[in-house]
Ligand binder design. Structure first.
Ligand code: HEM
Ligand code: HEM
Length: 197
């Protein structure tokens, strides 16, 4: 539940919609990366099941990320808490926008990669209904470059997640800005704010 605003007050927490999108998509991305990497050396039905689930979850992330991006473009985030230096605020904005780009481009490279295969494997939403392929079947060059991009961007995403979580924990606990409360679902005392970045 969002706290009611005092007249003239500047919002210091993210909206409920932004918080819901943030945590659902973050959980799905972490599950999806784990599914691909933990089962990397596996063979047979267990690996096939993991990759089927990975593909369905990846496409779910794509749809949710597009909706989130639209939401983000029409909702301004709260200003950063005071105590955050200008360089940190700019760095955070850059990482946030890189996330938005990767949340759309990552699934697209995976989708293009599997669509380009000469022999296609089953592709469904958790076995409930079939999902479409992109019209690039048999394009070996595209498949190869999309596979490479998917792998490299996967590691870029992991690096950004580590950086993002480390920065959030640093600002919350070491700088005492209570930054995570701004993105936490339960109502919590809001930190002070400034108009940086
Ligand atoms: C945000 C969404 C996604 C993330 C973060 C993600 C991440 C990853 C990562 C880290 C890997 C391991 C890289 C490697 O070792 O090759 C991987 C592999 C894979 N991904 Fe994704 N992926 C996403 C979406 C998708 C989608 C939408 C599809 C297809 C519809 C897909 C298909 C695959 C396949 C088939 C592999 C295995 C490739 C191989 O066996 O070498 N991914 N993904
Ligand atoms: C895959 C994982 C994650 C992704 C892709 C992600 C992505 C994002 C994005 C795009 C924003 C910017 C929202 C906006 O202003 O438009 C954001 C904000 C935020 N994230 Fe994450 N996030 C992830 C995981 C986490 C985790 C695990 C934490 C916990 C420490 C966290 C804490 C925060 C906080 C506190 C903010 C608000 C920062 C502020 O007040 O300006 N995130 N995240």
């Amino acid at each position: 539940m969002q706290r009611p605003q005092e007249p003239g007050a500047t919002r210091s927490r993210y909206s409920s919609g932004a918080i819901l999108f943030h945590w659902v998509i973050a959980a799905l991305i972490i599950i999806n990366i784990s599914l691909a990497l933990v089962t990397d050396g596996w063979h047979g039905p267990a690996r096939a099941f993991a990759i089927q689930t990975h593909k369905a979850t990846g496409l779910t992330i794509l749809v949710l990320s597009i909706l989130r991006l639209v939401w983000r473009l029409v909702h301004r985030p709260p200003p950063f808490p005071s105590g955050i230096r200008r360089v940190e605020a700019v760095g955070a904005r850059i990482v946030h926008w890189l996330f938005y780009v990767l949340m759309v481009v990552m699934p697209l490279t995976g989708w293009a990669m599997i669509s380009a295969a000469a022999t296609r494997k089953p592709f469904s939403w958790y076995g409930l209904f079939g999902l479409p392929y992109l019209p690039v079947q048999g394009n070996k060059a595209l498949g190869g470059s999309m596979h490479e991009a998917h792998e490299i961007l996967g590691y870029v995403m992991i690096a950004l997640i580590v950086l993002h979580v480390a920065a959030a924990l640093k600002h919350h606990f070491l700088d005492n800005t209570r930054l995570i409360a701004r993105m936490w679902p339960a109502a919590a005392p809001a930190p002070s704010f400034s108009e940086k970045a």
